[in-house]
Design a protein around this ligand. Structure first.
Ligand SMILES: C[S@@+](CC[C@H](N)C(=O)[O-])C[C@H]1O[C@@H](n2cnc3c(N)ncnc32)[C@H](O)[C@@H]1O
Length: 348
């Protein structure tokens, strides 16, 4: 049932000894509008269905909730929703539970369990947030399939993968440290120090150091976490846009949008979007969403995460705003996004 039980156990050990994120329990995301905006179900729901949705009574799963900071963000961004958090790691789930209690969130429950076992909860979810987890699965399509099996008919999944291109040097560093045996079992203080000593001892111009080692951060109080989440991250893997889309096809899920879609705008990469070379002026409008994203990542792999929303296939697609007539616009109603206060939602 598990793609690689030995790896799963290594991942569990890593997060039991260092739950992620190590954000203090009293840290409050209220007022962090950008964070709340991307964690609000209203955002992807509007992108897909061009309708706002009421978050009251919705059931939201934080799959691989870690120490629960994002579960707290989900609770605040989706008033009246029930939050269910699950994670492999007992220590992480303990912290997540304490965090939500500390902030007075009652409508939440947490379970120690792997994502692979989700169907055994016997619940369906309107939104599944699977943040910084999917890239740890040996077969991402399998994880997506399990989440799809517990998704309501108009439910939405948010997932993300590490970018193979943006993070290429980190993956080389992981290979190096693996060769040194630092990832044979659960990396602890000694392995962290050996990795750091290696970096400190290299000349600054050495490629692996120049591209991955930020002295200030790696000498801060957070250094153990940083090393574990970068140089010594058990199971970490990188993906490309075509690999992401091929996993979505395998799991029979429809892509909705990148989470930070405004930062994946291909036109923004050109000096003058109104004066493109003839090849690009002709071919860009013909490209699919997948092709545009692939061209973007080949030209400018700036994003660490391929962060996306997806849903069931074959759901009705509303007419795009660009095709609306004057009469449509006269009948349109404008809503304020409930958490991104400057965002307008327009519905017919
Ligand atoms: C990098 S942390 C992300 C935590 C949280 N989602 C966040 O973004 O703040 C990855 C978490 O996924 C959990 N995890 C990894 N594989 C899992 C699996 N197969 N089932 C459940 N949890 C898993 C780990 O225990 C860890 O807590």
């Amino acid at each position: 049932m598990y793609d690689d039980p030995v790896l799963l156990e290594k991942i569990r050990q890593q997060f039991d000894s260092a739950p992620y994120p190590n954000t203090p329990l009293d840290s409050n995301p209220q007022g962090k509008h950008d964070l709340l905006f991307i964690h609000s179900l209203v955002t992807p729901y509007y992108l897909r269905f061009q309708q706002p949705t009421d978050t009251r009574g919705k059931v939201i799963l934080d799959a691989g909730c870690g120490s629960g900071y994002k579960s707290l963000v989900l609770a605040i961004a989706n008033p009246g929703a029930k939050i269910v958090g699950i994670d492999l790691s007992h220590q992480s789930v303990d912290l997540a539970q304490k965090r939500l209690q500390y902030h007075g969130i009652d409508n939440a429950e947490f379970h120690v369990m792997p994502i692979e076992d989700l169907p055994s909860l016997g619940m369906k979810f309107d939104y599944i947030n699977c943040d910084e987890v999917l890239y740890l699965f040996p077969k991402i399509a399998n994880a997506l399939r399990v989440m799809k099996s517990v998704l309501t008919p108009q439910g939405i999944i948010r997932g993300n993968l590490h970018s193979a291109l943006q993070r290429a040097t980190h993956f080389r560093a992981q290979q190096l440290f693996s060769l040194m045996g630092l990832l044979d079992s659960n990396p602890e203080e000694m392995e962290v120090e050996i990795a750091l000593d290696t970096m400190r001892s290299l000349k600054d111009v050495v490629d692996i150091k120049r591209k991955t080692y930020d002295r200030e951060r790696y000498e801060s109080d957070d250094k153990t976490h940083l090393v574990l989440m970068n140089y010594l991250f058990q199971g970490d893997k990188g993906y490309t846009i075509p690999e992401l889309f091929s996993a979505l096809r395998e799991a029979d899920l429809d892509f909705i949008s990148m989470v930070n879609w405004r930062q994946w705008n291909l036109l923004e990469l050109f000096k003058d979007p109104n004066d493109l070379p003839a090849f690009w002026a002709m071919s860009l409008p013909e490209l699919s969403a997948e092709q545009k994203l692939q061209v973007f990542e080949l030209m400018h792999p700036a994003h660490r995460l391929l962060d996306f929303w997806c849903t069931h296939p074959n759901l009705p697609t509303p007419s795009p705003l660009s095709s609306w007539s004057d009469t449509d616009w006269q009948k349109a109603v404008i809503h304020l996004h409930p958490v991104g206060s400057w965002q307008l939602l327009v519905i017919q």
